[in-house]
Design a protein around this ligand. Structure first.
Ligand code: MLT
Length: 312
């Protein structure tokens, strides 16, 4: 019976699909080091989210491992060239998290605009300060969206519903297509920066997008602008953002993803002012977790039982 390792927590419905497909499930999320290595070697396939990084070192002697499915968007937590060298197929579930990631982006934007977490923290300490927490409306404000893929478009749709103006940048989306979506297309990130009141990023982390927003880019934005990242840590330079928040050259930030996860005490964003932080919760809804678990389980069952490769 082929064995599937579950390396990060997976919704029970996904486990059921695997079992019903006649696969043995080794459900041990959170394994590390040698334990993870030997569990991988003993498995025919593995399903992981973001926490478990499938590195070249882990894949050096992969045993009978033939497939990796990421219950999430993209494959940036997996060393794909190393897997390919060993003949291991890498698949992902690009659609299941879209709505949840978009809704979390809007949640962070509204939290920032109305200072909800800060006001909540003061009240829970016995305080009552209505003057300190004067916020800003989002209606009529401009949201910049970098990356008009699935999630970027859903964020834009929701922002338009909130009566915001949306400008978007995506090298693969023409201004005509953007206009069809109600978005004003711009030809570069630089052109967008001075225009926006809120900026959100929805691109994968690659060599090109690493530190896409650094000190020079943040300096081009309005002092009243607020920045959101529910995509991947490292796309915004964390030290540059912390410095800009401390200097008041950026008004606020809502950040869900970090260059090192879980965050360590030396992450400069933990002590920055006017920032709302969440621990990589973009995809953490009941609905998204069920979607990606079902999708990943079907991918693996189809691969192991029928040799079908999809979303590779
Ligand atoms: C994703 O890539 O879809 C998410 O970041 C996955 C996760 O929450 O682990």
């Amino acid at each position: 019976m082929p064995r599937v390792l579950i390396a990060d927590p997976l919704d029970a419905n996904g486990i059921e699909i695997l079992t019903k497909a006649g696969l043995e499930v080794d459900n041990r999320p959170g394994l590390k080091g040698d334990d993870l290595k030997s569990a991988l070697r003993a498995a025919d396939a593995v399903i992981a989210r973001s926490q478990t990084k499938i590195t070249a070192e882990l894949l050096e002697e992969p045993g009978k491992l033939r497939a990796i499915a990421r219950a999430g968007v993209g494959v940036d937590t997996i060393d794909v060239p190393a897997a390919t060298r060993k003949g291991i197929v890498v698949m992902n579930t690009p659609g299941g998290n879209t709505v949840s990631a978009a809704e979390h982006t809007i949640a962070l934007m509204m939290s920032l605009a109305r200072r909800v977490p800060a006001a909540d923290a003061v009240m829970k300490k016995g305080g009552w300060d209505r003057n300190k927490f004067v916020g800003t409306e989002v209606t009529g404000k401009t949201l910049g969206v970098i990356g008009l893929g699935r999630i970027g478009r859903e964020v834009a749709k929701r922002a338009i519903g909130l009566e915001m103006k949306v400008v978007g940048y995506d090298p693969f989306v023409t201004p005509e297509k953007a206009a069809e979506l109600g978005i004003k297309g711009v030809t570069s990130v630089e052109a967008m920066l001075p225009l926006v009141d809120f900026l959100t990023i929805h691109v994968p982390l690659t060599n090109e997008t690493k530190s896409l927003l650094g000190a020079a880019e943040l300096a081009k934005m309005k002092k009243t602008a607020r920045v959101l990242n529910v995509a991947r840590g490292g796309i915004i330079d964390e030290q540059a953002l912390a410095d800009a928040l401390a200097a008041g050259t950026i008004a606020g930030a809502g950040i869900d993803v970090f260059s090192v996860e879980p965050t360590t005490a030396d992450n400069p964003l933990l002590k920055a002012p006017n920032i709302v932080l969440t621990p990589h919760l973009g995809a953490s809804t009941v609905e998204a977790q069920e979607n990606v678990a079902l999708e990943a389980a079907h991918l693996i069952a189809d691969f192991l039982n029928k040799g079908i490769v999809a979303n590779a």
